[in-house]
Write a protein that binds this ligand. Sequence first.
Ligand SMILES: [Zn+2]
Length: 83
Amino acid sequence: MKPAGVVRKVDQLGRIVLPKSLRKRYQMNEGDPVEILVQGDHIILERYRPRCVFCGTLDGVREFKERYLCGGCMTEMAGLRRG
Ligand SMILES: [Zn+2]
């Protein structure tokens, strides 16, 4: 992780403005969902991507009945059904 060279103050409602240059660089547009992650003392903003509800992976995730599952967990569930 490296500093972006930008310091912003948090407003009364806890908001900060992401500089236009960063929004442009990371293709973040108005209304785009952003996920807030924490790692130790760090707060990380990431473009939101759905994770598998069971294992948390981001890879190969597909929507199924308004939930997101990865291929591995889907295969595992199909195996349980077959007994
Ligand atoms: Zn999974």
